[in-house]
Design a protein around this ligand. Structure first.
Ligand code: GLU
Length: 450
């Protein structure tokens, strides 16, 4: 890393060193963009890199809500408007017990470059709360969401900041959040949130978009290797919206997800999650209990291994971690390499620990797809939802799917070209970081001191 990047990194570590995930995300980007920064000495004078790692604005607020027994509870909420150089702030809300300032900042930082990669005009943001949705009733979720939006509504808007879902925030939560926004504003501004229900401005394909996009991206990587998706066996982690979209699109294209996992362990289904019955059962199972995937194994007579992850199995062609950050550590990465897998596509945000990612990338016979590229289809379709809302139109499923596919083809292409331009060969991790960074950097430089 050059002296300027090194000094910015030291400074950020000194000031925010306890925010481990954030530092990890910054280090990955800095390592990858070094050749670009070398080429642009003017960035140092403009202090561009410090500006890029320092969020433009970040709020923290109290959320008080009442449970079904009339007892009051207090949680913390955050919204980090990380970078608005290329468009209104855009990014999801995560409701999960372990959420804190560092997690929100890492996600907002990643989102900035991911959103840039989509090629659409969206800046980077992220938000959430340390509220734990597990075991809450529908009415409790509604009251929590209303309270959350009461604290947030004056700082967001269709041209200001457009939140969406992330872990713990799906269609139901977005509905309650939007209802409260509409009540407070007294205005029909459905472009303020994405991931909405179809009855009030949601986009077709949005729930599946991240998973579908990840498979479209994988197809491009396979094409680069003169290979095809036909018959590929995929191991994933998680069985949320994202993993579900992967299962569905893989099945449509003649591949199959044979391993998936939940917090309780992993399922091995050698026939793959390919039928409508199985795909629908996963939705049902998740709605009932997001913590256990064993019921799938019981229902379909498959193997279930308690407390383990499915990384490193020999009968797998592609690994697609789609659960959460730092899910794949060095030990898992070693097993993956030893198993002979040729494709490792990150789908969750930063699912690989830094040492594991370095290890995987050092094996040149494995194609590694970075999360900010592979999962960008989700937010990409969110931007298409914003476009539909501002046009007051609804696009057909085919129109959205076609645009999603082209977006993923383009993300792969610009990433591969960026790596090539800097003499790095077919390095998709470096390429995605460089391509995402360049556009944000240019926009910030052109807009002057800000
Ligand atoms: N939370 C998703 C992500 O990590 C989607 C964000 C959005 O649609 O705004 O990209």
């Amino acid at each position: 890393m050059n002296a300027y990047l090194q000094s910015v990194l030291e400074d950020i570590k000194e000031r925010h060193g306890h925010q481990k995930e954030f530092i990890q995300a910054v280090e990955e980007v800095f390592t990858c963009v070094e050749p670009v920064v070398d080429k642009h000495p003017e960035y140092e004078n403009a202090d561009l890199l410090t500006r890029m790692v320092d969020p433009e604005r970040m709020f923290s607020f109290r959320i008080t809500w009442m449970d079904d027994n009339g007892k009051w509870h207090t949680n913390r909420g955050w919204r980090c408007q990380f970078n608005g150089a290329i468009g209104p702030y855009k990014g999801g809300l995560r409701f999960q017990k372990n959420v804190n300032t560092g997690i929100i900042k890492f996600l907002g930082f990643e989102q900035t470059f991911k959103n840039s990669l989509t090629g659409l005009p969206i800046g980077g943001a992220k938000g959430g709360s340390d509220f734990d949705p597990a075991g809450k009733s529908d009415a409790e979720i509604m009251r929590f969401c209303q309270s959350y939006m009461t604290a947030l509504y004056r700082y967001i808007g269709p041209d200001i900041d457009v939140p969406a879902g992330d872990m713990g925030v799906g269609g139901r939560e977005i509905g309650y959040l939007f209802g409260q926004y509409r009540r407070l504003k007294g205005k029909w501004e459905n472009g303020v949130l994405t991931g909405k229900g179809l009855s009030y401005g949601g986009s077709l394909i949005r729930p599946e978009a991240t998973g579908y996009g990840a498979i479209y991206y994988l197809c491009e990587v396979l094409k680069h290797n003169n290979d095809t998706i036909e018959g590929k066996r995929i191991a994933t982690s998680g069985y949320g919206n994202v993993a579900w979209g992967i299962m569905k699109k893989a099945a449509q294209l003649g591949a199959k997800v044979t391993y998936f996992s939940g917090p309780d362990g992993y399922v091995y289904d050698p026939d793959g999650v390919t039928t409508d019955e199985k795909l629908n059962y996963i939705l049902e199972m998740r709605a009932k209990d997001p913590m256990h995937c064993k019921p799938y194994a019981d229902k379909f007579g498959c193997k279930f291994v308690a407390g383990e992850k499915a990384w490193g199995e020999a009968d797998v062609d592609v690994c697609m971690p789609a659960a959460t950050q730092n899910d794949v550590n060095l030990e898992c990465a070693k097993k993956i390499v030893a198993s002979g897998v040729k494709y490792y596509m990150e789908v969750a945000n930063m699912p690989t620990t830094a040492d594991a990612l370095e290890y995987l990338r050092s094996h040149k016979d494995i194609a590694v797809g970075p999360s900010k590229a592979v999962n960008a289809g989700g937010v990409g379709v969110s931007a298409l939802e914003m476009a539909q809302n501002s046009e007051r139109l609804v696009w057909t499923e085919d129109m959205v799917d076609e645009q999603l596919k082209n977006m993923m083809i383009n993300i792969h292409k610009v990433s591969a070209e960026a790596a090539e331009e800097y003499g790095l060969g077919y390095d998709l991790v470096a390429g995605a970081n460089i391509a995402g960074f360049k556009k944000v950097a240019e926009a910030m430089m052109e807009q002057g001191c800000f």
